[in-house]
Write a protein of this length. Sequence first.
Length: 442
Amino acid sequence: MNGLPVVVIGAGPQGMAAAAHLLEHGLEPLVLESGSNPAAAVSEWGHVRLFSAWPELIDQASARLLGSTGWTAPQAGYPTGAEWVQDYLAPLAEALGDRVRCDARVTAVSRKGRDRLVDADRAGQPFTVHIIDSAGVESRVQARAVIDASGNWRVPNPAGADGVPALGERAAADLIRYQVPDRAVPARYAGQHVVVIGSGDSAFNALHELAQIAEEHPGTRITWAIRRVVSQGTFGGGAADELPQRGALGQRAQRAVESGAVQLVTGFRTAEVRRSGEQVVLIDEDGRELPAADAVVALTGFRPDLSFLSEMRLDLDPILEAPRRVAAEIDPNVHSCGSVQATGAADLAQPESDLYLVGMKSYGRAPTFLALTGYEQVRSVVAELAGDHAAAARVELELPDTGVCGGAGDFDAPESSGGGCCTPAPAQEPRLISIGRTAAGT
């Protein structure tokens, strides 16, 4: 199998970084991207500004490859997704050349002549990677190893609080968005009542974009519905976050709530989306209704697409759908981002030899992934594939800390004072509630 490429699924930041590392180790990569251009998923949220600074967004092997082309690395600042593509990811794709194949959606990964049940000489057979393009033309390639860096952008979680689409959610699909709004394209939201569902960094970004739209378009109303009550972690790590721009996201959201620009609804777990013409009414599990909304922005996280790995032998955590050894370190019921350790080839290896899940996909449903984490993963995985076991075992990353408590807290905690249904939080600081373990980190 030495003449076969290592197939990398996904031409995002981690996928193309894996290709750069493979080239440095003398291995030939083939990167398969489902979109029409490299970094297609990043381009779809190009208006969003990252909270990681430029030096944390550039993989070192990729930088070395680009350096040979005369490229100069941006040194400071926080790029938007579009700037990340323009100034780094697109030049990287160009440097990789025809090793990146776009319009190539992977539909299945298997072993040549072996389905999932067959043991005989399984590891000695090449992988077969099945592909379909936008015209419906099918093909397949063989590979000596597979690195799945396909992410989870295409599989957003639904608005329904029980993990499946709420009643009526599919029927109201044209009124629901699962991406952060763009204030440069305000028409969908201007002068409307918009409900944001979710409590993570994407929701913070959405509130910021919508608040800017509201300033320029009177009559725009914003309701923010979260499943929990206001607690110590509701607005992120704030000034204690070692990624200051990440902390600033939550601080902006808090100011918007305190000013009354955003109406905060707590303890709301969506059970039904009831459509009435061009509006929807969200109803929670207790029958509580929100005022009719013209648009809903559901930002409740993502989950991995495991469908094309159905013939692979996987060892995934039953809760997070992440590699089992990674899941123990990233379970949001236990950890915050800073308490997570760097992960490498040993943590990512599957029972299917030479198959690795990396990047966002390796975190399953956990929301705490950083680009730095993915770059360390692919460095270690490629070193292992190249036979450099010592390099694969090294840890070359120290993650930043948020300064907020680890753990998820009491999911069904009683309502805290100052902040009920459809009422803005008080102008004073909300009462902070200790949750989970003692304060640890990001």
